[in-house]
Design a protein around this ligand. Structure first.
Ligand SMILES: Nc1ncnc2c1ncn2[C@@H]1O[C@H](COP(=O)(O)OP(=O)(O)O)[C@@H](O)[C@H]1O
Ligand SMILES: [Mg+2]
Length: 263
């Protein structure tokens, strides 16, 4: 069953820049999908259109099989933009995290329980009573992610969730995404990083640099097509290049897979 279905999506910025042009995207329930593309390809635009933060100029969106406005599925579709300030505007982190549930009339006791649970999960417990602007950049990103999750969405769209994030925080975010996936939450991750891709997506939409889709398919298919990636301003993961150049038949996508092959 589909969670989000965008058909022939088009978007033009006020200055005439084409953000999206004729894009078709489907995300099934519980699926892990990536929007892959170079800087400026249109990933953020597409993510915000799919997530309902921005209305397209052309095309249609359907949510959970129905042609409803994004407002109708606000409690089921959550978006994490790249700017933590989009989520952090209350006097304390706790209030920011409780904001979404309050908007959706979730009972206070239930909202509090969600806040405490997610804070513990994302190492935010000691920061809950702090003003969000006093947090470090990495802490703000974790707090923003926590705030996007307290509504307990069925679909979570994340815009470059681990760009400029240190290794420890990256691992924490990836573990949380794996946990959400296990619980059946559909994930849509935008990234220009082909190394990250095997860890966050089973299927990929690869964008050209002009807001159109160059190709879509299983992660393995896209990541082992070095020419296609190069045409889109990207490079294959290093292990792919290594095994490809060394003439191996079955090319691994990750270091862990490469180790298996070599053993
Ligand atoms: N507010 C804006 N006004 C005009 N052009 C914009 C604006 N935001 C983004 N763009 C342009 O739209 C295109 C797609 O941008 P974006 O979706 O942010 O790409 P990505 O997230 O893949 O880096 C780029 O050419 C970018 O310069
Ligand atoms: Mg972007």
């Amino acid at each position: 069953m589909t969670a989000i279905e965008g058909t022939d999506l088009g978007y033009e910025y006020p200055d005439g820049t084409v953000g999206l042009d004729g894009v078709d995207v489907t995300v099934d329930r519980g699926e892990r999908v990536a929007l892959l593309g170079a800087n400026g390809a249109g990933k953020s635009t597409l993510l915000q259109v799919l997530g309902g933060l921005v209305d397209p100029d052309d095309g249609t969106r359907r949510y959970f099989g129905e042609a409803v406005a994004p407002e109708a599925v606000r409690e089921r579709v959550s978006v994490l933009t790249q700017d933590p300030a989009d989520y952090l505007f209350n006097p304390t982190v706790r209030e920011d995290m409780a904001y979404g549930p309050a908007q959706l009339d979730v009972p206070v006791a239930e909202a509090d329980a969600r806040v405490d649970r997610l804070a513990a999960r994302l190492d935010l417990t000691d920061l809950l009573e702090k003003p969000p602007f006093r947090l470090s950049g990495g802490e703000q990103r974790r707090a923003a992610l926590a705030s996007a999750l307290t509504v307990e969405p069925d679909v979570l769209l994340l815009d470059e969730p681990v760009s400029n994030v240190d290794a420890a925080n990256r691992t924490a975010v990836l573990e949380l995404l794996a946990e959400l996936h296990d619980r059946g939450v559909a994930l849509v991750v935008s990234t220009p990083d082909t190394e990250l891709l095997p860890h966050v997506a089973d299927r990929v939409y690869l964008l050209n640099r002009d807001g159109t889709v160059a190709a879509s398919g299983p992660t393995r298919e896209i990541l082992t097509d070095c020419q296609l990636l190069a045409d889109c301003g990207l490079a294959a993961p290093q292990v792919v290049e290594l095994f490809d150049r060394a003439g191996h038949e079955r090319v691994p996508l990750t270091v862990a897979e490469a180790v298996e092959r070599l053993e």
